[in-house]
Design a protein around this ligand. Structure first.
Ligand code: CP
Length: 294
């Protein structure tokens, strides 16, 4: 059993292999052909201490497609409300019979702690503001599907970068795959430690972008936008009209319509948000297959 805690733990060959395998699984799912079942006899537990729609459901489906039994831990209905600790909770779920623990938690470092508390495979499904590796992988799969590769793409990551685990994992991965990444937002939403050029004006760079990757303002993590945030950073019709004809719009979701993106742009053909969601299941199939040794 292997774990996926951070993309920085993986060598380039493994990253390339996961992206390629995700593409293969996507084609299998599109063709409705039967899928090999390398997780037959295995149990995957989704252990989410934070809410999720996309990540939890796609890990659930990915496990099922690969033949695993899937358990979904519901924190609100669990014995956490009786005072059970995080360590006791995950060790209990492991002892019940999970082979893979897919973990989401608001605190940085929890997936690594879980990996230290059990001998099971652990997959990071979202770790505070630090990392969301499978989101970055599925985003890369989406870009490769659209552009044929990532090398030399210009990707603008727009908005609340500083509170975003998605941005941290994505910027790391894009840098390794040869893209040029620009983080765009007000100074309080940027992070100078990231491998990305910083810009405060979306209008100055928008025409040169291949991908506009929008982020939600993460108020649950303390982000408070200035009153002119929408005026300066929302992707509206005017800004969409200044994109190159081949440029696309992406967003990890959930979207706050009317904040980071004008409502009607969600229906544009070059808005790939639902393609990203669709790539979640095959990407997580590739990760689950890899952690069990495939
Ligand atoms: N992108 C993402 O992690 O979405 P969920 O919170 O719905 O899983």
């Amino acid at each position: 059993m292997r774990s996926l805690l951070r993309l920085s733990d993986l060598d380039d060959e493994t990253v390339a292999s996961l992206l390629s395998r995700a593409g293969e699984f996507r084609e299998v799912l599109r063709s409705s052909s039967p899928t090999a079942q390398p997780l037959s006899g295995s149990t995957v537990a989704n252990v989410f201490f934070e809410n999720s729609t996309r990540t939890q459901m796609s890990f659930d489906l990915a496990g099922q497609r690969l033949g695993a039994k899937v358990l979904n831990f519901n924190q609100n209905a669990s014995s956490v409300s009786k005072g059970e600790s995080l360590q006791d909770t995950v060790q209990t779920i492991a002892s019940i019979g999970a082979d893979v623990l897919v973990v989401r938690h608001s605190d940085v470092g929890v997936p690594a702690k879980v990996a230290g508390w059990t001998d099971k495979a652990v997959v990071n499904a979202g770790e505070g503001i630090a990392a969301h590796p499978t989101q970055a992988l599925l985003d890369a799969v989406t870009m490769i599907d659209r552009f044929g590769g990532i090398d030399n793409l210009r990707v603008g990551v727009v908005g609340d970068v500083s509170h975003s685990r998605v941005a941290r994992s994505l910027i790391h991965l894009l840098g390794r795959l040869g893209a040029e990444t620009i983080q765009i937002g007000p100074p309080e939403f940027l992070d100078s430690d990231l491998d990305a050029v910083s810009r405060q004006s979306l209008d100055e760079v928008i025409a040169g972008l291949d991908v506009v990757y929008l982020l939600r303002v993460q108020s649950e993590r303390g982000a408070v936008p200035e009153s002119d945030y929408g005026e300066r950073y929302q992707l509206n019709s005017d800004r969409f009209g200044r994109l190159s004809q081949s440029a696309v719009v992406m967003h990890p979701g959930p979207v706050n319509r009317g904040v980071e993106i004008e409502d009607r742009l969600m229906d544009e053909k070059r808005c790939l948000i639902l393609d990203q969601v669709a790539n979640g299941t095959p990407t997580r199939m590739a990760v689950l297959e890899w952690v069990v040794g495939g």
